[in-house]
Ligand binder design. Structure first.
Ligand SMILES: *Cc1c(COP(=O)(O)O)cnc(C)c1O
Length: 463
């Protein structure tokens, strides 16, 4: 943990000592239900199953590395979020966590809305039939082409991120003879990390318009004047992999304060507030995420209380969970290639993927666990580092974990909680072929994003 940790990483660099790792679990064959997708279980024969199918069969049919996504779990989590917020609020799934056409169809069927932040995500959403009015368009530097397309198709909202963009969107909407529903993204001066948050006056980051110094109030003033825009509310997103609701509390209080200022100055009560995403999941047994029901109750109470204090009508709330919906629903399946014990240090276990299918460990110091899933083993625990096959010593998938000491080439390992920000951040480093995503449900498995082929690589390389 000596390298700088990103806020989106699971913990601050300074919370855990160098070389921190938890003691081995009592039984390395056990699968903590907190970190594994709902239908994952180890059968009598020792082989792990998902959706009723053995991982050994999945590896044979689809190869490794591959992501296996528990469709029933994904749908259940969508429903849990939708039910928790009820008809009083809107849930937008953050597509950047992982997006494909199948995902869009499931979201649509389960009644969720969708956040996109690029033309590519918008195309995927529309192609799979998500109604434009259920799409929100985000990003700190949307191109004119992206804005034009979003306005033309009629997305439900564009989240404005800068003064330039206020004018740009207004201008394009007017040209197209439309009035675009927009929110203004503000930075509230809350830096939220996993187990703590820091409230500051300013935020040193690229997103949004600062509440501090009257910037956000000025943005509202300008947006209200422009015919091309219908300002429906204020947006704030405070971080990622957050467990502590206190950061949301400060953020909601500051946003509601802005709503009160807007009412006092313009006589307008903006009808919506969006509190963003960033809710944490369990990557390891040490993480204790909250249930959607809990989160909904806490957020609704905070907003209602603050609005009562400011004598405002309570606005409609929206939230944007990405990781909390898709993260826990998938695992990555790898085959062990080499096992290299380093005397007195640890054993390096090399798998057939790596930083090209999971960059989070290298990028954010993210923590993961790993399990031997193709068989049961009662061998002693050994301290391992699971590494990939890339030409880079930082190519680490799981920094510190325990595996049975008889783990050997040909064994299958699974890394849980890789549904979010793994396939969506996958790269072709070393001309790796990006792995497929396979949806598993009720004894059936189907590819929803196929494995890349060498032909795919050469097709882009025009010679
Ligand atoms: C990334 C992002 C989200 C989703 O974050 P998660 O940590 O996946 O929940 C939601 N809203 C905005 C604006 C984001 O940038």
């Amino acid at each position: 943990m000596s390298r700088s940790a990103h806020p989106a990483g699971p913990r601050h660099a300074d919370v855990l000592p160098e070389g921190h790792y938890t003691a081995p679990a009592d039984d390395l064959n056990a699968l903590d239900e907190k970190v594994w997708a709902r239908t994952v279980e180890r059968g009598e024969d020792g082989v792990v199953r998902v959706g009723g199918i053995e991982v050994t069969r999945l590896a044979e049919e689809f190869g490794t590395p591959a992501y296996f996504l528990d469709e029933a779990d994904f749908r259940a989590r969508c429903r849990a979020w939708a039910d928790a917020f009820g008809t009083e609020a809107d849930v937008f799934y953050a597509g950047k966590a992982f997006l494909s056409r199948a995902i869009v169809r499931w979201l649509k069927e389960e009644g969720l809305n969708l956040d996109v932040c690029s033309g590519g995500e918008l195309t995927t959403a529309l192609d799979a039939g998500m109604p434009a009015e259920r799409i929100a368009f985000h990003g700190n530097n949307k191109s004119e082409g992206e804005i034009r397309r979003a306005v033309e198709v009629g997305v439900g909202r564009i989240v404005l991120d800068s003064f330039q963009e206020i004018v740009r969107v207004a201008h394009i909407a007017q040209e197209l003879g439309k009035r675009q529903r927009v929110q203004i993204r503000v930075t509230v001066g809350v830096e939220a990390h996993t187990h703590e948050f820091i409230a500051t006056a300013h935020e040193d980051q690229k997103f949004g318009i600062a509440l501090a110094g009257g910037q956000a109030a000025e943005a509202v003033r300008r947006a209200l004047k422009l015919d091309g825009l219908e300002l429906i509310g204020i947006h704030s997103h405070i971080g990622s992999q957050i467990f502590d609701m206190a950061g949301f509390e400060v953020s909601a209080r500051r946003v509601v304060q802005l709503l009160a200022e807007v009412r006092d100055e313009h006589g307008v009560e903006l009808p919506e507030i969006d509190l963003g995403g960033g809710l944490g999941i369990a990557y390891t047994s040490e993480d204790d995420p909250r249930e959607p029901q809990d989160i909904a109750k806490a957020l609704t109470e905070i907003v209602t209380r603050e609005c009562e204090a400011a004598k405002l009508r309570t606005p409609r709330i929206s939230v944007e969970p990405g990781r909390a919906i898709v993260g826990p629903t998938a695992f990555t399946l790898y085959e062990v290639g080499t096992v290299k014990p380093l005397e007195g240090l640890r054993t390096y276990v090399s798998v057939d993927g790596g930083m090209s299918d999971n960059i989070r460990t290298a990028l954010y110091d993210a923590e993961y666990t790993v399990a031997l899933v193709s068989r049961r083993s009662d061998a002693e625990p050994m301290l391992v580092r699971v590494v990939g096959k890339h030409c880079e010593s930082g190519d680490i998938v799981v920094r510190d974990a325990f595996l049975p000491a008889d783990t050997a080439p040909g064994d299958l390992l699974a890394v849980p909680a890789t549904g979010a920000y793994c396939r969506s951040m996958a790269s072709n480093y070393n001309h790796a072929l990006r792995p497929p995503v396979v949806a598993v449900k009720d004894g059936g498995a189907r590819v929803i994003v196929r494995r890349e082929t060498e032909e795919d690589l050469l097709r882009l390389d025009v010679g």
